[in-house]
Design a protein around this ligand. Structure first.
Ligand code: PMP
Length: 365
């Protein structure tokens, strides 16, 4: 039998899930078309909306975050629509790819890896391309550990140009500030395995009135992710398809924990934890990929010292210290490693991670 051990899981999701939350998943199944589930989905949705800071619609999908991103696109756009995809890394590229796959005419505004999008460039692009219908943007780019200035980007996209704004908030909502309604985000995607402290398998999508207006004209093909079905069924307190009940039970618990702590306190805790990692890594003489003003409070990317092979480094940290971190993606694959610090992170896990980094690097140098 394989050994089940609690790894110090410092990847950017799934995040560690406490035994208290895991226990919730051993609850007996219930009828997802019955009264008990109706009160569960209504209460979970209401609490998600509080954390999303939205009074508009929000749907829970049995899918991963990519499913919520796809849902945002196929429910608002039509093949041939012009879309601006602001990409600062692998997940921005994925958002663009989904839109392209469904036939949108995608224009890409790309930043150098490790840098955020420049709001002035977004403005200039929208100025010279008046036919753009929607803008896709990643709030927090997990592949580089960079947070975009979503508030400024949203102001331009919504106030200056009145375009639809579809946001990948997978690794941001519930961890760092994202004010869905006051920033006028039309759709914001997230997923249970990130700051929500639950296992993977549920995805969330807020959907504004503007997004519903676009939906009336949108004809991209969709079935499982057809939000009209979700809307119709939500009126009777059900999802259209069988939900992952066990994850709803887990989320029921984690949302209570989150609201007890308070949204502002959660954000402060993430900032403090991130700062401890950034300070600790720099004290080891290592360089951070992102500049302080755009460094993510949920993921830290660290430049690997010359000559160190990322896979060997990660293997040692896991083998000798039970600390599991992530490598880079795309062209950063061999250049950086990433530390995930969304959800719950204890001070002991921070110091264990930092000493794993120190001693694994010393061994390899
Ligand atoms: N966007 C971002 C910013 C992410 O961090 C992730 C997951 N790492 C995704 C999208 C994709 O989510 P999932 O793997 O849950 O489909």
């Amino acid at each position: 039998m394989s050994k089940i051990s609690q790894t110090n899981l410092r990847i950017p999701g799934p995040t560690p899930v406490t035994p208290e939350i895991l226990n919730e998943m051993s609850r007996f199944m219930i009828n997802h078309r019955g009264d008990e589930f109706r009160s569960l989905i209504e209460s979970v949705t209401a609490r998600l909306k509080t954390i999303y800071q939205t009074n508009q619609d929000l749907y829970i999908l049995t899918a991963s975050g990519t499913g919520a991103m796809e849902t945002a696109i196929v429910n608002t756009l039509s093949p041939g629509d012009s879309v601006l995809a602001i990409t600062i890394g692998a997940f921005g590229d994925r958002f663009a790819n989904i839109a392209e796959t469904y036939g949108a005419n995608v224009e890409i505004l790309r930043s150098k890896l490790g840098e955020p999008a420049d709001p002035d460039k977004v403005k200039a692009h929208l100025n010279s391309n008046p036919n753009i219908k929607a803008v896709l943007v990643t709030h927090n780019e997990t592949s580089t550990g960079v947070t975009n200035d979503l508030k400024s980007i949203a102001k331009i996209v919504k106030d200056d140009f009145g375009k639809l704004l579809l946001v990948d908030g997978v690794s941001s909502v519930g961890s760092i500030p994202l004010e869905t309604d006051s920033w006028k985000c039309d759709a914001v995607a997230s997923a249970s395995q990130k700051g929500w402290m639950a296992p993977p398998g549920l995805a969330f999508l807020s959907f504004s009135l503007e997004a519903w207006k676009a939906n009336a004209y949108s004809n991209m093909p969709r079935f499982y992710f057809d939000l009209r079905e979700y809307k119709k069924y939500m009126e009777i307190g059900q999802p259209p398809w069988t939900p992952n009940l066990s994850l709803f039970f887990a989320l029921d618990k984690t949302l209570d924990l989150m609201l007890d702590e308070g949204v502002a306190n959660i954000h402060t805790r993430h900032t403090e934890t991130a700062q401890k990692f950034r300070d600790g890594v720099q004290e080891l003489g290592l360089e951070l990929l992102a500049k302080p003003e755009c460094a993510s409070d949920t993921i830290t990317s660290v430049v690997l010292p010359e000559g160190i092979k990322v896979q060997e480094f990660l293997r040692l940290a896991k083998l000798d210290h039970n600390v599991e971190m992530a490598g880079g993606q795309q062209s950063l694959a061999s250049k950086i490693f990433r530390i995930g610090h969304l959800g719950l992170v204890t001070d002991e896990e921070i110091s264990q991670t930092l000493s794993a980094i120190k001693s694994s690097l010393e061994k390899l140098q």
